[in-house]
Design a protein around this ligand. Sequence first.
Ligand SMILES: [Zn+2]
Length: 79
Amino acid sequence: MTCTEFLQILDNVIDESIAAETRAEIEAHLRKCGHCEVVLDTTRKTIEIYRCHEIYELPTEVSERLHTAIMDKCRKAAR
Ligand SMILES: [Zn+2]
């Protein structure tokens, strides 16, 4: 699994609507990729904050900005 693949299914990961084999791939990726681990953690926390305010949908703008920032970090880390 690559960072891009991980980010594409990030929403499903958070909803836990993923197959067991996919979950194993994600866990393997997170073990070697600290950036995606941080993304997952940050996104979960962000969503919790939104839920506390009874806003269930993460605005597209916010998730796009998050994805862009993370991909930028992943690219830099790969160098
Ligand atoms: Zn990654």
